[in-house]
Design a protein around this ligand. Structure first.
Ligand SMILES: Cc1cc2nc3c(=O)[nH]c(=O)nc-3n(C[C@H](O)[C@H](O)[C@H](O)COP(=O)(O)OP(=O)(O)OC[C@H]3O[C@@H](n4cnc5c(N)ncnc54)[C@H](O)[C@@H]3O)c2cc1C
Ligand SMILES: NC(=O)c1ccc[n+]([C@@H]2O[C@H](COP(=O)([O-])OP(=O)(O)OC[C@H]3O[C@@H](n4cnc5c(N)ncnc54)[C@H](O)[C@@H]3O)[C@@H](O)[C@H]2O)c1
Length: 449
């Protein structure tokens, strides 16, 4: 059996693993990167990237209707789904090739095999044994399904990316990011969509006005929303599915079923107990603020840790860890506060900082002041559409520090990033007021409230 000694062995070449491997190699570390699957992990292959491609397709489907409404002589056409998937795949293939070039450039050794612990400083693959100065666990997460009768039926987001046509009628169970994003895409591309939520609102972890406004927008697009419906069983009914709920009701005639009910850490088969690495109550690898596990020189970053499951978070945390352990920056670590996020729903949502409810709970009612703006964006008005954009600033204290900034509406996905800089810098409402607007845009409303 081949062997080797490395300063760093990385388990998983997803967003976290690649960032850590490349940055560490740049600092001069000898790095082995283990990945049995496709380079780039979830984000590149079955997450952000193919999802954004499908979101663009859905946007274009909606844009065709708007174009017709405002006077273009066009007949909205259906997507040639297999052709579009071929383009999507070609885009992803280019990313894989770019990664391979980068590994060669910086000297990361890629081993296309899974790794498991023999000890805290020894990793085995099916063909090798590696000695490791440090180990990074970056094995990510997979979708979670309820252990209910029929829970194994249907597909998850991975299965969504294997589709080659819009299902005629689809049920999506869940109410978080993935549920609302896939619902929007499939509806725009022609499916009849029902979202089955066990709670009373969408995106419950966000400022509540966002989830409520999104529910109205989805309903306007013809998406059926079933709230307070906990699925207790699924039955295969010929070619379709029937869902049974706790309240005794049921819904059927779905020819596809998508589970979007959260994700669990990928730790099975890692033999973590051989290294003594501790998990938290939900099965995620426990890390401190420095991405250190309870075992010296074993670190974990990304979805496997159960912290904010976003690609830029995984990348930023991994780079800072590499700078700390190999780059001579002992204070380097990620500040998880005020991370901006976009939900690629239709319309999109952008959000950074605290929602109003969270701000009131944290700072007390009297300290919180909320500014709002609500309007019909110009293109929507031209097309005689009804949809309104909503924006919200959540401010705290006498000096009205902006602790939360939220938007649902056209352009939210691209507008948020710049404002996130302001929030991260601790901007006050007065700083927004002092900034001259860009007209005519939607974004200007943030400085005119
Ligand atoms: C449908 C969907 C859409 C998303 N959209 C967005 C978005 O728009 N924006 C955003 O910021 N985030 C998005 N995310 C979240 C984002 O994809 C994740 O946060 C990110 O991919 C996490 O990266 P990671 O490196 O922690 O894990 P992963 O990317 O999952 O990588 C883990 C890797 O480890 C490998 N592995 C597993 N076991 C072993 C082993 N024993 N040895 C070696 N390797 C192993 C796996 O094969 C995998 O490649 C989305 C997620 C999903 C599911
Ligand atoms: N645009 C983006 O950045 C983006 C997109 C997709 C995913 N992601 C990341 O991936 C993570 C995973 O996405 P997700 O949508 O799976 O998780 P999520 O945590 O956003 O949502 C899970 C949802 O499932 C619901 N749920 C859980 N168990 C259920 C059950 N038994 N029945 C019905 N509903 C149930 C929860 O109430 C919650 O609404 C996200 O938290 C996010 O960090 C990000």
């Amino acid at each position: 059996m081949a062997s080797g000694r490395y300063d760093l062995v990385v388990l998983g070449a997803g967003s976290a693993g690649i960032a850590m491997a490349v940055r560490s190699a740049r600092h001069g570390a000898k790095v082995a990167l283990l990945e049995p699957g496709a380079l780039g992990g979830t984000c590149v292959n079955v997450g952000c990237v193919p999802k954004k491609a499908m979101w663009f397709a859905a946007e274009l489907a909606e844009a065709q209707k708007i174009a017709r409404e405002v006077g273009f002589d066009v007949q909205p056409g259906a997507l040639r789904w297999p052709d579009f998937v071929a383009r999507r795949s070609a885009y992803i293939d280019n990313i894989h090739a770019a990664y391979r070039r980068r590994f060669e450039d910086v000297g990361v050794e890629l081993i296309a095999e899974p790794g498991r612990f023999l000890a805290a400083d020894r990793i085995a693959t099916p063909t090798r044994e590696l000695e490791a100065g440090r180990v990074l666990i970056a094995t990510g997460a997979k979708s979670l399904r309820e252990p209910i009768p029929g829970g194994e039926l249907g597909i998850d987001s991975d299965g969504f990316f294997a589709l080659r046509a819009a299902p005629r009628r689809v049920a999506i169970v869940g109410s978080g990011y993935i549920a609302v994003e896939l619902a929007g895409v499939l509806r725009a591309l022609g499916s009849e969509v029902t979202v089955v939520a066990r709670g009373e609102r969408l995106l419950a972890a966000f400022d509540h006005e966002l989830g409520d406004a999104l529910a109205a927008a989805m309903a306007r697009r013809g998406i059926e929303l079933a709230f307070r419906r906990k699925t207790v069983a699924v039955e295969a009914t010929g070619p379709g599915y029937l869902l049974r709920f706790t309240d005794g009701s049921s819904a059927g005639d779905f020819d596809e079923l998508i589970w979007a009910t959260g994700r669990h850490a990928v730790t099975a088969g890692l033999d973590l107990e051989r290294a003594g690495v501790a998990l938290d109550a939900k099965g995620f690898v426990q890390v401190d603020d420095w991405q250190d596990t309870n075992v010296a020189n074993v670190h974990a970053v990304g979805d496997v840790t159960g912290r904010l499951a976003l690609t830029p978070v995984a990348v930023a945390a991994a780079r800072r860890l590499a700078d700390r352990v190999f780059g001579g920056k002992p204070e380097s670590k990620l500040d998880y506060a005020n991370v901006p996020t976009v939900v690629f729903a239709h319309p999109p949502i952008g959000s950074v900082g605290l929602g109003e409810e969270a701000a009131r709970a944290q700072h007390g009612d009297t300290a919180v002041k909320v500014y709002r703006s609500e309007f019909r964006p110009m293109l929507t008005a031209l097309a005689r559409g009804e949809e309104r954009t909503r924006m919200k600033l959540v401010c705290v204290g006498e000096d009205e520090r902006v602790v939360g900034l939220h938007m649902i509406g056209i352009g939210a996905d691209e507008i948020l990033q710049g404002f996130a800089v302001a929030v991260k810098m601790g901007a006050r409402k007065a700083d927004f007021d002092a900034t001259v607007a860009i007209h005519p845009t939607s974004a200007e409303e943030f400085v005119l409230m």
